[in-house]
Design a protein around this ligand. Sequence first.
Ligand SMILES: [Zn+2]
Ligand SMILES: [Zn+2]
Length: 611
Amino acid sequence: MPALTRLAENLYVHHGAVNTGIVKDGPRALLLDGGGAELESALRELGVERVEAAAFTHHHREQTLSAYALAARGARLYVPKAERGLFEAVEDFWREDRYFWRTYKDMPLTRALPRNVPVARALAAGESFEFGPARIAVLATPGHTRGHLSYRVEVPGAGPFVFCGDTLCGIGQVPDLFSLQYKEPVVKSDYHGFMGARGELVASLRRLKEQRAAALIPSRGGVLREAAAALDATVANLEAAYLNYQSISALRWYYPEAFAAYAGCPQNMPLSAQFPYPDWLKHYNTCWVLVSESGAALVMDITNKNVHEQLESEHAKGVFGAMEVVWLTHYHADHTDGIVPFQARHPCVPLWTDARVADVVERPRAWKLPCVDLHPLKVSRRTEHGESWTWREFKLTAYHLPGQTWNHGGLLAEGRGKRLFFGGDSFTPSGLDDYCAQNRNLLGRGRGYDACLALLEELKPDLVFNCHVDVGFTFNARELAYMRAQLARRETLFAALTPWPHPDFATDENWIRVDPWEQDARAGQALRAKAVVWNHATRAIRVELRPAGPDGRAYGETAALDIPARGAGEAELKFLVPADARPGRNAVPFEVALDGKPLGAIVEALAVVRA
Ligand SMILES: [Zn+2]
Ligand SMILES: [Zn+2]
């Protein structure tokens, strides 16, 4: 693709990390979004001496990190009214713990600008303005972000052209699925809202179609001349993907009304068989207690302080004997909160968990994951996949169970005449707990839920348990095969809907991350961290990261990683906390390139400057 496309006299698109619209009026210009160092030379080539204004579609750094340089040179910044705070008061967001830890209602703050930037004008749907020969109308196109706008540009004799940001990014495609993680009228937390913004997005795509544009210019990919076909294909692909997702979703058990529109759909898996559980199993909120014939107890997860107290009183009443071991299924706070007071009271009772769960609960600040609590836990034993041991009369076998979240374990308990499988939060009788993209649900044979279902096929437990479900259940061979087939179809459907070398790049925002995500620092300090990259593709990739300071200039060295197909890579990162960093949390964004193609500043390290 050439670096510049001429749409009409005085109207250009520059193709960098994102597409930038350039409306020219003699030596002055208006930009629509804007990013990338190469933009400067493109502007010079076009004879632009002065950028007078820049209008942004939404607040993500890929589109906006140039705002500091533009403002410093006198450009007026126009931003979506609904996202104004994420420009001029974004530092207030970075300082709020609730956007980082124990995130449930809202997902972790992502891709926001690091510093406040002055806003000249906040734009809302229905407004319009003129620049030289162009008339620009503002359209509301929420979905990818809540306040996302598109700009319809009319110039004499051509158009209209619609700059539509990240609403779509090609024929039938959206740039990612994790941005669509959003609460719905029924499901009131972002956490449970996989593709929850699709309703808003589809309405936006229909609004774009009504514009009868001569071309759509999304942030990524080429100019779309067949606008209606591109939009229709995107709506169809979104719907097909969601139909598949809901057909085997655990939410059909928790919130059946969330999928009322899909009731009776032939793809939907009927509920699996449910059974009462033996009286030597006890259930308190998310906590299962396995009681041996001796009365000794193995406790799985401890929801919170109240459940901890309840366990103590049940023990005092003789419902079970000594609590000898705690097994932790995964890192979510509604499974770990009670472990903090439990460990304070019983410092010698061991905590066992899968090694990948231990990685999170021992170093919670290192991770950008939902529902992580900040208190580190002391893990006594990190289990590996398939490791067995004996506790009382039970044979226990631990598994890595990358279901509800990748950092998750399963436990098979064989004893007292039963084979019980404790699957944490990974299954309900209606299917899979894969309602949160930020939990990292990978697709493909032998990965993510496919691996979990293959494990159930192999183990054939008598009963499966979920921490939040007060019955035992089983999946028969037909149900297991059906869920695996639906996941295989999902891989194809998500691949059609997203532009990446594998669709997991579109659901797993953490495919590239900085470890630790957050660390303490002093202003001006040189810090180290690791870049951790998972290559979801079935071919090798090359990834580069360059620290980008608050003004977009490099503040450290570029790191490069070559990662084999389906492999992982790590590289050391060295970067500087800005000398003028203020007390509290400061974001240091990194520009990322994949196979030489710039993606924008899609990751960040967090430096907490103590006053
Ligand atoms: Zn975006
Ligand atoms: Zn959970």
